[in-house]
Structures are given as C-alpha cells and as structure tokens.
Design a protein around this ligand. Structure first.
Ligand code: NAD
Length: 447
C-alpha cells in the first residue's frame, strides 16, 4: 500500500520507518528541506535508539522517501496519516497545523479520483476529527464520506523505545467514521498481531488522553507522597514504594513468580514528568473539560503538582547548602527521560532557570540532549563529559536516569567535586552506601 505521512517528527518518522519495514511504500512529507535531505541519507533528525540503522535500510530499499512535494504524493497514495504537532498554547490545544493540513488535504482530495483515507494520528482533543477535520475536508474537497475515508488512530509509542513500540504495539485503536474507512486502515496493520479495536472517532481520541492522563496522575500522586515524606524525619519514599509495590493487586504472583507490571514504573517519585506528551495532554484535557462544563479537579492538581515538582530539587539542595549564589552547581541530565534527546518540558529547564535567577554558576551535561534556548545557553557552561562536569562543583543535581549516571560511584563525586553534595532527582543511587562513603546525599522523598 502507498502511504503518505505528514510530519517528520518523532511520531511521523518512526511510524514511517515501521510501516516501510512492514513492506509498505511510504512517503514522509515534511517542510524543512534540510531535514528531508538528511532523512533521505538515512539519518534521523532526532535521537532514537535503532532509528538510523532501520531508516538507512528502508531508504536504501526505496521503501521510504522524504519529500516536500505534497499534492502528487497524496493523490497517488491510498492513505494519508497526519502526524503534525498539536502543542498546548496558553494552556489549550493549538490545532493550527491540524486545520492547515486539513485544508491542504481537502483541496487535494478534490482533484483525486480514487478512494483515499485520511487518518489523524496526532493527539487531538475529543470531537476534533469529527467536528473540525471533517467539515474542513468536506468544504475543500466538495465531497463527503464515503467518497473518502476518515479515521482517528492514536499513537502510543514512547520516545526512547519508539521503534520497538511501533513494530510491536500493545494495541491498535482504529477510530472510524464508517466501517469502510476502518477496514482500509486495518489493512495497513495487517502484519501486526496485537489486538485491534474499532471505535468511534471521538472514543479513539479520548482513549489517548485517558491513558496519558492516567500515567501523569500516577506520577503526580507519587510526587505528592514524596513531598509528605520529605517533610517528616526518618523516612524514605523509596522504602514506602517498596512496601506498596509488593501488594499482590499491584504486582501479582503468577506461577510462583512476581510480575512487575509496567505501570508500577509510574508509581515512584522523581523530579516531575516532562516530554512532549504528558504535560501538554493533561493541560489540553483539563481545558477541554472546563469548556464543556466539567470541573477537572484531579487533572488540575496533577498539572499543578508537576509544575512545582522540579523546584523541590532546589529545596533539597538548600537543605545541604544555605545559598547557591556564586556556587558551581552541576546538572546531570537535560532530557526528560533517558534514551531520548527530547528536552520539551523537561524538569531541567525550570531548575536551570531558577538557579540562574539565584546567581548560581551552572554547568550542564547530557550524553545526547542539547540545550537550545539561546537565553539559557549564554548563561550555562556545557561540559563535554561527566568528569569535566563534576570538576570543582559545589553540588550536583541528577535529573535524568541515564545509565552513565547510574554507574557513578561515590569516589567519582568525592574525587572531583569541591563539596560532594549529590541531590538525586531520580533516586538512582544507594543512599546508605553514598552516605557511608562521605557523600552529602539528598534525594526526592528522603525525609
Ligand atoms: P514533532 O513536533 O516532533 O513533529 C511534528 C512535525 O510536524 C514537525 O516536524 C513539523 O514541522 C511537522 N509539520 C507541521 N505542519 C506541517 C505541514 N503542514 N506539513 C508538513 N509537516 C508539518 O511532534 P511529535 O512528537 O512527532 O508529535 C506529533 C503528534 O503525535 C502530536 O500530536 C503528539 O501529541 C502526538 N504523539 C507524540 C508522541 C511522542 O512521544 N512524541 C507519542 C504519541 C503521540
């Protein structure tokens, strides 16, 4: 099947590579010529494990081509998958790109003679596909379903594991306007054996928000528990979670083996969730709920707790040193989680901004991610390796659980830093061992 994908970001390109590997003829339509040229050389514009090797493979075999030629490619393909960004602006979803692309697709459908299915893969608030995309497609094409098809197909890939998730999804949700549209989209995924559920367009949209908001809620709940622990003496949230996780209802014993379900990972405390999805999706759902008269109290608290959680790192730092003014503070980790270069809404950003305001001298390190904001760049020093980052530092804040950081031992901090103050934002170190070696150890949820 020939498939056009609009948007060459994390979702668009990973989906493109995955579908090309499944034997489809994929055209990734982007706007940035430099990015397009890079993709056609088999080089991903962003970091993601495995992507370059697999991209090169499908490009070399001509299963995937990147281009900025829109109309011809849409007309000659069977399906168009829309994977453009849907950012949150002023705490509400911004559908500008979705609307623009719907106009462009509508105009193209007008000229197309064959049946074509439009698939919204971007995360959009409930009713968007039916009440915004469809009317635009109808207006500019002069046609209606079933002359063309319309689906909403939310994406559940996780950055850092995106290729694996796209090739082995846990489920595929096909929101269909009519059965013909859904049947055509199901053909795209015919080689994937996971459960496929067929729903209305709006249900598909809601599944995505419900899933993301649930995980964000677990994280903010865990962080609220951490704050309570931090305020009491002689308590550690890590031990609290250890005791909670062993509940058979959370981690059941099956065939004498304890199973640790994936969601347990979200029931642990840290310096806050980030990335391109949880922060923007919780805000968009909250705003949407309000707009239809629902007081989203839980969502509101989840968002508020997450907004203030990164600054807990500064409070912890101040338990160990009275002032940060004039001190060399090292930040280990910029990306919102390991295995990605994505720093969107990363906890590192508000922490760095706050430390700058308090006149600290900041050095940052990340194995992959880079700061892009010029205002921050001119005020921080970038270290090329961990040793350089730690040298002569008065304190270090560990914000991302990269393997390189997990492997550090007390000697690494004690031998390089002026004062071995370690504030562990992801609770990756053995507290007792670090303290026994002479490190001044602070961590999220440590009372
Ligand atoms: P992104 O910002 O990395 O990529 C979006 C791309 O769309 C950009 O490259 C942009 O240039 C392009 N674009 C916008 N308008 C265009 C147009 N008219 N023509 C061609 N290209 C255009 O975003 P992303 O992280 O890939 O996310 C895309 C969507 O998928 C969002 O709605 C997001 O919420 C959702 N999503 C993201 C993830 C994730 O982990 N990143 C996971 C699931 C769902």
């Amino acid at each position: 099947m020939k498939i056009s994908i609009i948007g060459t970001g994390y979702v668009g390109l990973v989906t493109g590579v995955s579908l090309a590997l499944q034997g489809h003829n994929v055209v990734c339509i982007g706007r940035n010529k430099k990015k397009i040229a890079r993709i056609n050389e088999g080089k991903s514009p962003f970091y993601e494990p495995m992507i370059n090797r697999l991209l090169k493979k499908v490009v070399n075999k001509s299963f995937l081509l990147a281009t900025d030629i829109f109309e011809k490619n849409i007309i000659t393909s069977d399906i168009t998958i829309v994977a453009v960004g849907t950012p949150t602006v002023n705490n509400k979803i911004d559908l500008t790109d979705i609307k623009k692309i719907s106009v462009q697709i509508g105009k193209t459908l007008k000229k197309s003679k064959k049946y074509h299915v439009v698939v919204i893969k971007s995360t959009v608030i409930p009713t968007t596909t039916e009440n915004i995309v469809l009317p635009i497609l109808k207006k500019y094409s002069g046609k209606n379903v079933p002359a063309f098809g319309l689906c909403m197909n939310p994406e559940f890939l996780r950055e850092g594991n995106a290729i694996e998730d796209a090739l082995n999804p846990d489920r595929i949700v096909i929101g269909q306007y009519d059965k013909k549209s859904g049947k055509k989209l199901a053909e795209v995924y015919k080689n994937l054996s996971c459960p496929k559920i067929f729903t209305t367009l709006t249900t598909a949209e809601m599944i995505k928000y419900t899933a993301n908001s649930l995980f964000a809620t677990l994280i903010s709940y865990s962080n609220e528990i951490a704050r309570i622990c931090q305020t009491i003496g002689n308590i550690d949230v890590v031990d609290v979670w250890g005791g909670v996780h062993l509940d058979n209802r959370l981690s059941p014993i099956i065939n004498k083996k304890r199973i640790t379900p994936g969601f347990i990972h979200y029931l642990s405390s840290g310096c806050g969730y980030g990335g391109s999805c949880f922060p923007k999706d919780t805000k968009a759902l909250y705003a949407y709920a309000e707009s239809i008269g629902i007081n989203g109290q839980i969502l509101k608290s989840v968002i508020q707790t997450n907004k203030t959680q990164p600054l807990q790192m500064i409070s912890l730092l101040k338990r160990a040193m009275k002032t940060v003014s004039g001190k060399k503070i090292t930040i280990l980790g910029l990306s919102f989680k390991p295995q990605t270069d994505d720093i969107r809404e990363s906890a590192a950003i508000p922490i760095i901004e706050s430390l700058i305001k308090q006149k600290a001298n900041i050095t940052v390190h990340d194995p992959i991610a880079r700061l892009i904001d010029p205002k921050l760049l001119e005020k921080v020093k970038i270290a090329s390796d961990i040793k350089e980052a730690l040298y002569n530092a008065d304190a270090v804040l560990v914000l991302t659980a990269w393997d390189q950081y997990k492997k550090l031992i007390p000697k690494d901090f004690l031998s390089s830093m002026k004062n071995a103050i370690v504030v562990d934002g992801r609770r990756i170190y053995d507290k007792e061992y670090f303290i026994s070696c002479g490190v001044i150890y602070e961590g999220i949820g440590l009372g």
